[in-house]
Design a protein around this ligand. Structure first.
Ligand code: KIV
Ligand code: ZN
Length: 447
């Protein structure tokens, strides 16, 4: 069965760039726009052309260079802004003018100092003008979620009649709750004449940490475009995060039976590129793109993930372009994860040697929070240097991920190795693992 397609409107280069410390120059924007193209976004909001010459140039050059997605330019609801946006979009294969005007009483009274009637008229007129230039016109009633609902319906109906093709409903100040935001979309669909002919869009800010939840609630009520940014950057607490929206829909298809055009393996590279360009690092525990998103420190988790990643991972790191699942070695780590890391560093250990490495590792991990590869290599050197003094182990088999996956108690097991490990031994040979450090201890370290 065909699933409804959700348009992913990326505003990293416009709303995202409004984050403190996230401004980008033209070259940087061009680089990121090409990456967004690879990522598969449907719309790139390339900038706000009236805001500066740099923004104008960025929109102009992205329009010329990036041909597949729609390129949108933002404009306030006035002729000068709209004309400037249109000028910047001239070379675009698929241009869109995005017009916005605040509609909440609080904005009308204190910011714009206009009446509701004036607002309605300005919205209608500006969309009419944009439509005379460009077939694809989006309108956003800024602060929609704090706008009196019947007035919001009036404005939305007027801009649709004037030619808007997408109506975006911004939760500008991140005030809405998911149920409330979903209900607002439902009300618009029920009450506004002509709404069935346009795309309803979400644009949620994250002031209460609900931007993604609100966007998904909007989609469930019929919104078919989501505005979002890489790493969730944007004004104040940011916008809905693109990677969270895309992966929520992918991982929970059962709840969100929709499709997006996102090529998820480009998510992590896009996130890294943005962080590199802006020099704003991704928060370590950020969902999907944070460095801890696929890291497992507790021994119990490491052991589970090594046996089967499904135990603690709901998506593979590879599916979002993370090169490898990283096991963080710290004081809660078990011998299983330590053995794997040593092996990855080119040092497969037999059981007795691993015990020695593990003992030293535990002492070190108690002192420093995170044991990095460099520390581990030093430690391995120490153990190897003292190695001659270590009596040879019974069977002399390396303790590997595959070995441990085959059994985990203090008993003798017949281990089956799917493939020989570097420097390892032959498959199917029994090994004694019953000394004082057993798998049980791994478990305890993880508690
Ligand atoms: O948050 C907002 O209201 C906006 C509009 C310009 C769409 O960014
Ligand atoms: Zn915004």
């Amino acid at each position: 069965m065909d699933r409804p397609r959700i348009t992913i409107f990326d505003t990293t280069l416009r709303d995202g760039e409004q984050s403190p410390g996230c401004s980008m120059n033209v070259q940087e924007k061009l680089r990121l726009a090409q990456q967004l193209d690879r990522l598969g976004v449907d719309v790139i909001e390339a900038g706000f052309p009236i805001a500066s010459d740099g923004d104008f140039e960025a929109v102009q050059r992205i329009s010329a260079l990036v041909r597949r997605p729609i390129i949108a330019g933002l404009a306030r609801a006035c002729k000068g802004d709209i004309d400037r946006a249109w000028q910047a979009l001239q070379g675009a294969a698929r241009p869109r003018i995005h017009v916005f005007l605040a509609t909440s009483d609080i904005h009308l009274k204190y910011k714009l100092r206009i009446s509701r009637e004036q607002c309605l008229e300005q919205a209608r007129e500006s969309v009419r003008h944009a439509k005379s230039l460009c077939a694809d016109v989006e309108f956003s009633p800024e602060d929609a979620t704090r706008t009196e609902v019947s007035f919001l319906c009036q404005v939305v109906e007027a801009v649709i009649a004037a030619g808007a093709t997408t109506v975006n409903i911004p939760d500008t100040v991140g005030y809405s709750m998911p149920q409330e935001y979903g209900q607002l979309i439902r009300t618009l669909r029920e009450k506004v004449a002509g709404i069935e002919n346009v795309t309803i869009s979400t644009h949620c800010h994250n002031d209460l940490g609900l931007a993604v939840a609100n966007s998904l609630a909007g989609v469930q009520e019929g919104a078919r475009q989501v505005e979002c940014t890489i790493n969730g950057i944007g004004e104040r607490a940011g916008n809905a995060s693109l990677e969270e929206i895309a992966m929520a829909m992918r991982v929970r298809r059962d709840r969100y039976p929709y499709e997006t055009g996102i090529a998820s393996e480009h998510i992590y590279p896009s996130s890294q590129m943005l962080a590199e360009i802006t020099r704003v690092p991704v928060q370590p525990n950020k969902a999907i793109t944070g460095r801890n998103a696929f890291a497992h420190e507790a021994g119990i988790h490491q052991d589970g993930v090594l046996k089967n990643p499904l135990t603690y991972e709901i998506m593979t790191p590879q599916s979002v372009g993370v090169p490898d699942s990283r096991l963080v070695l710290g004081k809660h780590s078990g011998r299983h994860a330590l053995a794997l890391r040593c092996e990855q560093l080119g040092h497969p250990f037999e059981r007795r040697e691993l015990d020695e490495v593990y003992r030293k590792f535990v002492v070190l991990a108690d002192r420093i929070k995170k044991v990095q590869d460099i520390h581990l290599l030093e430690l391995i050197e120490e153990v190897k240097a003292a190695g001659k003094k270590i009596p040879p182990a019974g069977a002399g088999l390396p303790f590997t991920r595959a070995a441990s996956a085959a059994g985990g108690t203090n008993e003798t097991h017949s281990l089956s190795f799917p493939a020989p490990v570097p420097g390892g031994a032959s498959p199917g040979v029994p090994v004694a693992v019953g000394d004082h450090h057993g798998e049980q201890e791994d478990y305890l370290w993880g508690v």
